[in-house]
Structure formats: C-alpha cells, structure tokens
Write a protein that binds this ligand. Structure first.
Ligand SMILES: NC(=O)c1ccc[n+]([C@@H]2O[C@H](COP(=O)([O-])OP(=O)(O)OC[C@H]3O[C@@H](n4cnc5c(N)ncnc54)[C@H](OP(=O)(O)O)[C@@H]3O)[C@@H](O)[C@H]2O)c1
Length: 300
C-alpha cells in the first residue's frame, strides 16, 4: 500500500485512466507522489472532470499541481479508421492539449510537463534507423503526431518539459501484447506479411521509469521512447516460446490484414526502426532491451 508524502510533488495525468496512465499512477504513488487524473468520466477520489471537446475543465485542484503528464487521446488501434474516427483521433489529442495549454496560468506551482506522442511519425523508409531530428513523414499518423506535438509546444512555451514519442507499449495488462497473445495462446499464432517488418517497442516499467527520470532530471526536448526494435516474426516466435505454444502456421498475408483491419493495418505492417540513443545519452538506462527479458517479466 502506497502512502502519499506531503514533501513529494503532486502529479496530474490527463488520460490517466488508460493503459499507460494506470501503470504510471501506481509508479508515482509507490514513490509517495499524490496523483490526480483528468478524465471525462470521474468515478473515484482523485479523478478530475474535463471535457476537452467542449474546452471544459474543473479547476479546483490546479493550484496544487507540480507535474503535468498528458496522455489523452482516442485509442488508435481499437476500431476501424473511418473518416470520422480519424478526425476524432486527431481532434482528441489536439483539443485536449490546447485546453491544457490554456490552463497553465492557473497552475502556479507547475514545474514540469510531459507530453505523449507516437513513434509512427517518420517517413516510411525501410532499413533506416530514425533519430528525433528527422522530419515528419507524410502519412496520416505522421500528421497526427505533427499536430499533437505542435499543441504540446503551446504548453512548453510556458513550462519546462519533454515530449516522448512512445513506441508499442508492452504490458501484461493489455494493449498490443494482449492482442498478439491471443492467437498464439490458442495455437493459431503466425507472423504477418513477410514478418521481416520492424516495430519499436518499450516495456511499460521502462516507460514509467523514463517519465519519472525526465521529471527528476528536468529533461527538455523530444525523445524516441523505445527499448529496442524487433521484427514481427521475432516477436511472434518469442511470444510462442514464452507461452509454450507451437508456431506452425504460414504468415498471414498483408492483404488479409488490410481486409480485417482496414487502414489501421499499417500499425502492424509498417517497417519502422527508431533510435533510442538520445534518451540514453541523457542518462536513462533501459532495463528491458530484449524481447526475451520483457516477455520473461510477464510470463515467467
Ligand atoms: N499504448 C501504446 O502502445 C502507445 C504507443 C504509442 C503512443 N501511445 C500514446 O500514449 C497515450 C496513452 O496511451 P494508452 O495506451 O494509455 O491509451 P488508452 O489506454 O487508450 O488511454 C487513453 C486515455 O485517453 C483518454 N481519452 C480517450 N479519448 C479522449 C478524448 N476524446 N478526449 C480526452 N481524453 C480522451 C481516456 O481517458 P477517459 O476515458 O478517462 O477520459 C483514456 O484513458 C495515447 O495518447 C497513445 O496514443 C500509446
């Protein structure tokens, strides 16, 4: 059981009820931080109401906030990318961040800001390892990230902070690993497309530590957040090994995935590699840099 310490900072997490926010809340609380969450559906003590679409937000606790972490946004992988869904994915990130930016003057104690962003922001050039100074790509996800990060800059003009371009988050409690695990668990696992496409990934514990480290060291700038890059085939094989399941089916062709998932199939079909050198040079050490060590922590 964690105990809030009066000498420790108070954190406000926008979108704190989601996958990353829930882990992060525990991570900060375990260290004595007081944590509030901004949510559209307040249910518990510590939840603060907001409705970014209407630019509405309860302001009663804002004067207490030392650290603001912004994770809010419609889930990218949960449903088909219709034109409306794509507009919602973008607007939910930009409007909520703009609302936070407009509220900064009401947070006199605010010392640090962390903005979430996505690693899928680079041009699609297989084989290249992307660093943070590469330009944005030109596809839909790159556009979302570009506009989202422009909104983060409205906050960063007012307070120190950093932006993390988060890669696929591995957690035993949901997200991509949960989706990958199901077919493998039932013995129906298979790589998709050629299986040779890379995806950057990060263990949830490392991501939480990274955000705490950013606050502790008051890091400034934009950072790729990944423990490593691995191919779809290696991920599937490693998962099958840890779940002790056979892997014998042929790869799922890309066109089948496109039929099943529509445009969001690019989340698994894109071949992307990114560099984590910048955050390592800033002093962060990843605990999980191999899939084996990450999956071991979940399935051992
Ligand atoms: N998980 C990953 O693998 C991954 C990878 C790269 C980037 N990211 C980014 O990191 C952030 C957090 O990821 P996550 O996995 O924790 O996401 P998540 O589980 O989908 O949670 C996102 C949170 O955002 C809030 N939200 C959703 N729609 C909203 C809207 N229209 N307006 C305001 N708030 C809204 C929700 O809070 P309420 O319903 O309580 O309001 C929800 O708890 C996301 O923005 C995501 O794009 C995640």
């Amino acid at each position: 059981m964690s105990t809030v310490r009066d000498d420790m900072p108070t954190v406000l997490i926008a979108g704190g009820s989601g996958l990353i926010g829930s882990h992060l809340t525990r991570h900060f609380k375990d260290r004595g931080f007081r944590v509030y969450k901004l949510t559209r559906k307040p249910r518990k003590h510590g939840h603060i109401f907001w409705k970014p679409q209407a630019q509405e937000m309860s302001t009663s606790k804002l004067h207490k906030i030392d650290v603001l972490i912004n994770l809010a946004g419609e889930n990218i992988g949960s449903s088909r990318w219709t034109a409306k869904r794509k507009a919602d994915i973008l607007a939910s990130r930009v409007q909520s961040t703009q609302l936070l930016a407009s509220m900064i003057p009401q947070m006199p104690n605010l010392k640090y800001y962390i903005g979430a962003s996505g690693i899928n922001c680079y041009e699609n050039i297989p084989g290249k390892v992307f660093t943070e100074d590469e330009p944005y790509g030109s596809d839909y996800l790159a556009l979302v990230v570009k506009e989202w990060e422009a909104a983060h800059q409205l906050v960063l003009k007012q307070v120190k902070g950093s932006i993390f371009r988060i890669s696929m988050v591995l957690s035993r409690h949901g997200g991509s690993l949960h989706l990958m695990k199901q077919p493998v668990y039932f013995g129906l696992g298979a790589a998709v497309s050629t299986g040779q496409q890379y995806s950057p990934w990060i263990h949830i514990d490392d991501l939480c530590k990274l955000m705490l480290c950013a606050f502790d060291q008051k890091l400034e700038g934009t950072f790729n957040a990944l423990g490593n890059n691995d191919t779809n085939l290696d991920m599937t094989k490693c998962l099958a090994k840890w779940l002790k399941r056979p892997l014998f089916l042929p790869n799922v062709p890309a066109f089948i995935l496109k039929i099943l998932l529509g445009e969001r199939a690019i989340l698994v079909l894109t071949d992307l590699r990114a560099s984590n050198l910048k955050i390592k040079e800033a002093g962060f050490t990843f605990k999980y840099t191999s899939l084996d060590s990450a999956f071991k922590s979940f399935f051992k």
